[in-house]
Design a protein around this ligand. Sequence first.
Ligand SMILES: [Zn+2]
Length: 340
Amino acid sequence: MSAPYPWQQGLWSSLLRLHAAGRLPHALLLAAAEGSGRHDLALALAARLLCQSPAGELACGRCRSCQWLAAGSHPDFLRVSPEVDGDKVSKVIKVDQAREVVQFASQSAQMQGWRVVVLSPAHALNTASANALLKTLEEPGRDTLFLLLTDQPMSLLPTIRSRCQLLPLGVPDTQLARQWLRSQPGLPETADDAVADTLLALTRGAPLAARDLLQAEWYQQRGALLADLLAVADDRAAPLTLSTQWGKRDAMAQITIWQSLLDDAVQLALVPDADCRHRDLAAELKQLAAAVSAEALLDTLAQAVEARRLLDTTVQPQAILDALWLHWGRKTRTRGSHAG
Ligand SMILES: [Zn+2]
């Protein structure tokens, strides 16, 4: 992406005016939700600063600098994130990585222009790595920009926060977010607002996260799982039969659905006209909330939280799912004598 998203336009124009006036702060703390496009905004700004022949507000996308940046090989651009080892992502930005940043900032620009460091998420800096960065953040040398991204600005060390200019970037208003979502491939143009609103409600209004959620297994299987929960509650299906069927699919995705649906159902059981997040399934959720007591729903929610914890242990996923379905059966099927 080379252009900022519609909801970033105001901030973008301000940043470029500061840049044109030579008053761009050397360290910006971009506080925005994950999935709101904060990475793309940081990249667009990096591209614009590094570009050799910018086209107005945007990087040209054609010069050597733009090509290097796109290829991930720009010598004056550094991106720092927690290391990935196989499918394990570290939780912290390590002190060695911070030292790399210090080293990068101490050299002069290879292209005689700007140098840009994007550090994300900034709350992954631990005390040691934050301390290693302090001096560089304070005096980074000329034409150097630090872009720190986070959705938890208050969990950064005060010493880091105080060296950065804070730029809070909220999520767009619903109308704008809906409009953007509906222009994205994958979302049927005929989809009514309930689909867009559900996606946005489940991602706290972050549009890119909403777009990606559309492809997520758990999102796609919500309706089917909810129908099966209702079937057990209505005594139309046996818990273990369903557990075996669902056992063929990803267990983590399923438990995510259980938790997310039960969250809504609890709300509706307590306050019948509460706003639920799964707007497109509101009718079925209301049916569930009417059929099952709030206490049973809360109890099952706790069981689902426990199931998620067990998935990280050596317990077999099928056994975890069986326990969850049997629990649901016990809590909801009060008429019969069968336990599942
Ligand atoms: Zn360019």
